[in-house]
Write a protein that binds this ligand. Structure first.
Ligand code: CMC
Length: 424
């Protein structure tokens, strides 16, 4: 059977056969028959904006793979730094490649003193750490002018290393500032996650020793959040990057997209929701309010544009949560979350709409038990997603992609004459 479709323009009877390639219809072919007639697809519900070899996602089957490797295997056996290398380079590193990669990332963790002293410390005392992170990443572009050489492989690689290495430092600096604690310099003898925890929690001890269970849990969360194909922030990265801006500016745009409650802010919304519910007895009433739809209230951490079954990341996070709670003690909100899940998964409203827990439903409980304030949750998402953003940015540049520039369907006024103010 031919892998194609035939469309007919009923205005003039003209037909055209359009091949289906990789499951997609080429809009370029389509436009040959219908020049000037645009696809109307707000929210890109039915549009594939690129070809990509980075992440495979099957939302119906609940499958997520990075470069072909199942997320379950990576979460079990890999580390965030190795996964970042995989996303960016397409293959798992051998020992020498990993040693070099780890060395490079470790030795680029420091930030210019002006970023911290003059820039970050200039924020208002109650600045949201995610707002600080977005701004600080954008500011980095002014410190690395070579970042503009995006087609020079050496320069490109250097910016990628800098961004992956400096995100935890900026994130920790934003946190320390928001709680009024002095900045902690990176300790380059530590691994990625323990170093981040040291920059966050170190007080007066000469060397901060992170609990290995918590450091590993954080690393697993970083693996799970490292990429998710064409999500809102990655799309922002590709769109901004398509104009050939430097990677710091594009990453700041991606982080800004992640800031929103529909994307990276959802785990914060979950904790607020669970806190508002307050106790297990109130769960049925809350579910009834969500279903009535009158308050605009949604079950936070449920539903996904792509997953129409249980988010595979949520399954792993649920297990990780148990390990973390063994160290920190159980988060008292866990029982409410479990009850919500139990009721929702057996309720026709949620099952018929195929709404299941997503990655954010349980991750916030872990972050909270580890001692992170709610405002840090999107920041914790941005750190690992930087690897995914950069992998897509690099892929987009290597594909010599066109500048992103969609069309619109104009629905405004017809032409009209300007009226002087006194005559309006
Ligand atoms: N609670 C209650 N009803 C919901 C929910 C929810 N969480 N999510 C979707 N629905 C309903 C929605 O009201 C609609 O019902 P109807 O057909 O009767 O109008 C139907 O399900 C389809 O919803 P939609 O808004 O058209 O779906 P979408 O694909 O545009 O939205 C979503 C996806 C993630 C924005 C949405 O499910 C949502 O708002 N979830 C809560 C926020 C959340 O957990 N976000 C994190 C996403 S995962 C992390 C990430 O990758 O960023």
């Amino acid at each position: 059977m031919a892998e194609s479709i035939t469309i007919t323009d009923n205005r003039n009877g003209e037909s055209m056969e359009i091949p289906l390639v990789n499951g997609g219809v080429s809009a370029e072919e389509w436009a040959k028959l219908l020049p000037g007639v645009w696809f109307f697809d707000p929210g890109f519900m039915s549009t594939a904006a690129c070809e990509s070899a980075i992440t495979y996602l099957d939302g119906d089957a609940g499958i997520l793979r990075y470069r072909g490797y199942p997320i379950e295997q990576l979460a079990e056996s890999s580390t965030y730094l190795e996964v970042a290398y995989l996303l960016l380079n397409g293959e798992l590193p051998d020992e020498d490649q990993f040693a070099a990669w780890r060395h490079d990332v470790t030795y680029h963790t420091f930030i210019h003193e002006n970023v911290r002293k003059r820039f970050l410390e200039g924020f208002h005392y109650d600045a949201h750490p995610m707002g600080m992170l977005v701004s600080a990443v954008a500011a980095l572009s002014t410190f690395y002018l070579d970042a503009k050489d995006i087609f020079d492989p050496e320069s490109r690689n250097k910016q990628i290393i800098r961004l992956i290495a400096k995100m935890p430092t900026l994130a920790a600096a934003a946190h320390r500032f928001s709680v009024g604690m002095p900045f902690v310099y990176p300790d380059n003898s530590l691994d990625f996650a323990p170093n981040f925890l040291s920059m966050l929690w170190k007080v007066a001890e000469p060397r901060f020793e992170a609990d290995p269970v918590l450091a590993r849990a954080l690393d697993v969360l970083f693996i799970l959040h490292a990429d998710h194909e064409q999500n809102c922030s990655t799309t922002a990265m590709r769109v901004v990057g398509s104009s050939h801006s430097d990677p710091y500016s594009a990453t700041a745009a991606a982080a800004a997209a992640l800031y929103g409650p529909r994307h990276g802010g959802a785990n914060e919304a979950v904790i607020r929701m669970l806190t508002d519910i307050g106790s297990i007895e109130n769960v049925p009433d809350f579910i009834a309010t969500v279903k009535a739809g009158t308050s605009g209230q949604r079950l936070q951490g449920f539903g996904h544009r792509v997953y129409k079954s249980y988010d595979p990341r949520a399954k792993i996070i649920k297990r990780t949560a148990d390990q973390v709670f063994e160290v920190t003690g159980k988060n008292p909100l866990l029982d409410i979350a479990l009850k919500l899940e139990e009721i929702a998964l057996s309720d026709e409203y949620f099952t018929s709409r195929r709404l299941y827990p997503n990655v954010d439903f349980y991750s916030g409980l872990i972050y909270q038990a580890m001692g992170f304030p709610l405002e840090m949750f999107p920041v914790l998402f941005a750190i690992p997603r930087t690897a995914g953003w950069l992998a897509h940015w690099q892929e987009m540049l290597d594909q010599d992609s066109k500048i992103a520039r969609p069309r619109q369907l104009y629905i405004g006024s017809e032409t009209r004459d300007y009226v002087p103010m006194e005559s309006r």
